[in-house]
Design a protein around this ligand. Sequence first.
Ligand SMILES: [Zn+2]
Ligand SMILES: [Zn+2]
Ligand SMILES: [Zn+2]
Ligand SMILES: [Zn+2]
Ligand SMILES: [Zn+2]
Ligand SMILES: [Zn+2]
Length: 364
Amino acid sequence: MSLEMEKTITKLMYDFQRNSTSDDDSGCALEEYAWVPPGLSPEQVHQYYNSLPEEKVPYINSPGEKYRIKQLLHQLPPHDNEVRYCNALDEEEKRELKIFSNQRKKDNLGRGNIRPFPLTISGAICDKCGGQINGGDMVVFAARAGHSKVWHPHCFVCSMCEELLVDLIYFYQDGKIFCGRHHAERLKPRCTACDEIIFADECTEAEGRHWHMKHFRCYECETTLGGQRYIMKDGRPHCCNCFESLYAEYCDACGEHIGIDQGQMTYDGQHWHATEECFCCARCKRSLLGRPFLPKQGQIFCSRSCSAGQDPDESDSSDSAFQSARSRESRHSTKIGKNERRNAERSAEPRQSAPPPHARPSVC
Ligand SMILES: [Zn+2]
Ligand SMILES: [Zn+2]
Ligand SMILES: [Zn+2]
Ligand SMILES: [Zn+2]
Ligand SMILES: [Zn+2]
Ligand SMILES: [Zn+2]
């Protein structure tokens, strides 16, 4: 871990501990662990860690310690809390970040308490898995959630990402437990490009994700794409020019480029214009748009007889023959949906493309 990162984490943890609602006391220093829950006997600490998956226990110099540091930075992004970890905020945005951060610490932040479940109570139900908890079991209490809720240690996870809450730090909102990252995202959009929370009045929204207006750019040439047409490839926006020159496919029938505004059929790594002339039986030229087809040696056919090189009229391609072919899965059918081109990249299903969408600014 770099010195800079170590400083960041130390500062962050200090802040969280100072603001945490749990009754932190000195705890016990168990030197084999990078972190231990406060207020437990060494016996209880071992009992607690025994109930977590081995690879997530933060033994010094273990994969569990690496996991803890990775989760710390992921679940508690420093730029969600401190202006100095953000890039290029204007004065108004700085003010809003401070309010946002203070408000969350005041209203939602807490640290889970690990305690043996009292023997005097007959039992309880884990808030996450619904499983039985008995007297003497190590459980997590979260002050923000009230004393009626308890969790198995391995069940004390973020309701969004389902990851164990690093060092038991949680944010409680609307009856649910979140990690810092996902709690922040419930309140404000996060920029997909820079990972910072967006405080500007306007942002770009596409594919259910958000970007600062100035950060919604072509992944290749960095042209700003707000209000422009774009195409998503592997979650990254591209301008039409870059996309065409990098990724556009050639039609297997006519050999021409398939433009981004043209319909495209895709099957098993092959591409066609979604036209009757191009997406057709290799032998009789009958259109296969919206019809099942038989692939054979890189070509597609309307029927078994065409694929066998016979004239379709001479063969018995009755409905029953089609059915039996399909049930043996030698026949594949196309699905034509109004899906946009960007989906074609992710799917094995043949799809028809639609013109690329425009990036619209939305009010964040
Ligand atoms: Zn549970
Ligand atoms: Zn989470
Ligand atoms: Zn951004
Ligand atoms: Zn570009
Ligand atoms: Zn073509
Ligand atoms: Zn045919």
